[in-house]
Ligand binder design. Sequence first.
Ligand code: GLN
Length: 259
Amino acid sequence: MKKFTRVLAVVLALCCVACMFSACGSSKDENVIVFGTNAEFPPFESVVANGVVSSADGTQQYDGIDMAIAVKIAENNGKTAVINNIEFDSLLVALQNGQLDACIAGMTITEDRMKEVDFSIPYYTATQVMIVKEGSDIKTAQDMADKKIAVVQGYTGQTVVEGLGFEFTAFKKGTECVLELVNGKCDVVVIDSATAQKYVADNAGLVIVEDATAFEAEEYGIAVKKGNTELLDMINKEIEAMLADGTISSLAVQYTEAE
Ligand code: GLN
């Protein structure tokens, strides 16, 4: 009988350990909001040595406008924000799977994405721009017609270039696109405005070309799983307050000017 009890104890202990390492222990902590992002999008999210928020296991830290917003949303509601840094293309599926509670990734609210997830009210307005080398003859979006164009896979920049009917090469990261441009392997990178400014500031010899007629304004929103109104209401309330009291615009200034 004693032996049976011991065996039972071991089995129960193993079950507990298994649970800790599987999904049932992770994102279901009531006091934690798991935010998904793709930390390759300065000034909104980057991997840094000392950031404002970390991954669940504490091994990676993140900083940027979105990261600061995520922390405020969680803290103002007595919760802790943790970041799950995954590929941009996988974010919405991870949200649907329940791997993430919310997604904050400089993500443009689009009709297509709205079919998959629910979006918060907009918190930031951006537009696509072109990054070219100084002296480039690209002055408008139409000038890209016979040029080598680089975009990031799955970003709205890709959708916009597809819409113009031009050929392009899609890369995994914005930094890869910029490297192609710096090395003369492409002529133009189409990417979101604030991120483009960051890349231009960090790389001598690059300039931004805008074309307001070709590139419409885009609005960033935080996504949640369809029907998760409780979390969405909480997020909307926080965004509304942060827009009203100027928190988001001062974060934008802070992280755009920061090195
Ligand atoms: N705003 C763009 C999009 O939604 C890029 C977002 C990002 O790279 N994080 O596709």
